[in-house]
Design a protein around this ligand. Structure first.
Ligand code: DGT
Ligand code: MG
Ligand code: MG
Ligand code: MG
Ligand code: MG
Length: 281
């Protein structure tokens, strides 16, 4: 249907290709999940089923989009990182974001009954928003990931203490809020331990650290590698040949995709898995 008189409308489309050679992060977030969590009586502050469901949907997104290097999730959000060499959809933001959001949402609904066996979904159905941000250096990308994990830690320590004060301490929300106002991490640890015998260190790793999803290959010995320095120092990659790219795609398709609850702030996680930040796609 070339050259109809209507064809000119195509010129209204705006380009939205993201900056080349930058790490693309697409973060999705549940819309109105405060209300959604109440509707389905999610356990407070962490509902194991809800978090497992988020992880199952995200794992499926990583499986279907091999250009994703790593993903990190906490609460009702997930961040998906595309390698800086990614050329999927010519790096068009709207295509990348909408594909991630719809694939994730579809699997969230698909897997719902696996994790919430007693409570079928009913409208309004869960939905997610999404945005894409480019990070020009490995350090910026690592700082982004650290930012999300620190956020997870701060919120989880607060929420764990807040709900202990209510559920076990018999306070109402206002009293608990007042008690926690202006407290530091050490104070919250102390409240948990002295009032409720809870050692925060023994809380589930998933609640304290969130979840990280990546392709697992053979680990590098600890202390023998500096992934961030190497990635920043490597020459920019030359475009791989078609057969190289095909082989790489097959290797990625075969790799085991794992969901872990590791510390992604410290160097060790990255140093032991140099392929995550490597200049090679
Ligand atoms: P938004 O994102 O602006 O549409 O609004 P919300 O309500 O989704 O707010 P957001 O994303 O800042 O915060 C996430 C909400 O989801 C927060 O109110 C707690 C809730 N949520 C997430 N995971 C759990 C869980 O495991 N248990 C419970 N009880 N609530 C959860
Ligand atoms: Mg939001
Ligand atoms: Mg939300
Ligand atoms: Mg959120
Ligand atoms: Mg089409």
């Amino acid at each position: 249907m070339a050259n109809s008189k209507f064809e000119y409308v195509r010129n209204f489309e705006q380009p939205d290709n993201l900056l080349p050679n930058t790490w693309i992060v697409v973060r999705i977030d549940g819309r109105g999940f405060t209300k959604f969590a109440n509707k389905y009586a999610f356990e407070k502050p962490n509902d194991r089923r809800a978090l497992d469901l988020m992880n199952a949907a995200a794992r499926q997104v990583v499986t279907e989009l091999p250009d994703i290097t790593i993903a990190y999730g906490v609460s009702d959000e997930y961040s998906f990182v595309f390698h800086k060499s990614c050329s999927l959809f010519e790096r068009r933001a709207s295509k990348l974001v909408s594909t991630i959001v719809s694939t994730f949402t579809a699997y969230y609904i698909h897997y719902w009954s696996t994790y919430f066996t007693e409570t079928p979904l009913s409208p309004p159905l869960p939905s997610f928003d999404g945005r894409a941000v480019c990070y020009p250096s490995v350090q910026n990308l690592r700082d982004y990931m650290s930012w999300r994990q620190v956020d997870c830690h701060i919120n989880n320590l607060y929420n764990t203490t807040f709900w202990a004060l209510i559920q076990q301490g018999g306070m109402d929300a206002l009293e608990a809020e007042k008690m926690l106002k202006g407290t530091y991490a050490a104070d919250k640890n102390e409240i948990l331990f002295s009032k409720f015998g809870i050692n925060y260190n023994n809380e589930p790793e998933m609640n304290k650290k969130g979840s990280v999803i990546f392709r697992d290959y053979e680990l590098v010995e600890p202390g023998t590698h500096n992934a961030a320095a190497e990635a920043e120092n490597q020459a920019e990659p030359v475009q791989p040949s078609k057969s190289q790219a095909d082989n790489e795609r097959k290797r990625r398709a075969k790799a085991r995709i794992v969901v872990e609850h590791f510390d992604i702030i410290k160097d060790e996680f990255w140093d032991r898995r140099p392929w995550l930040l490597s200049n090679k796609p």
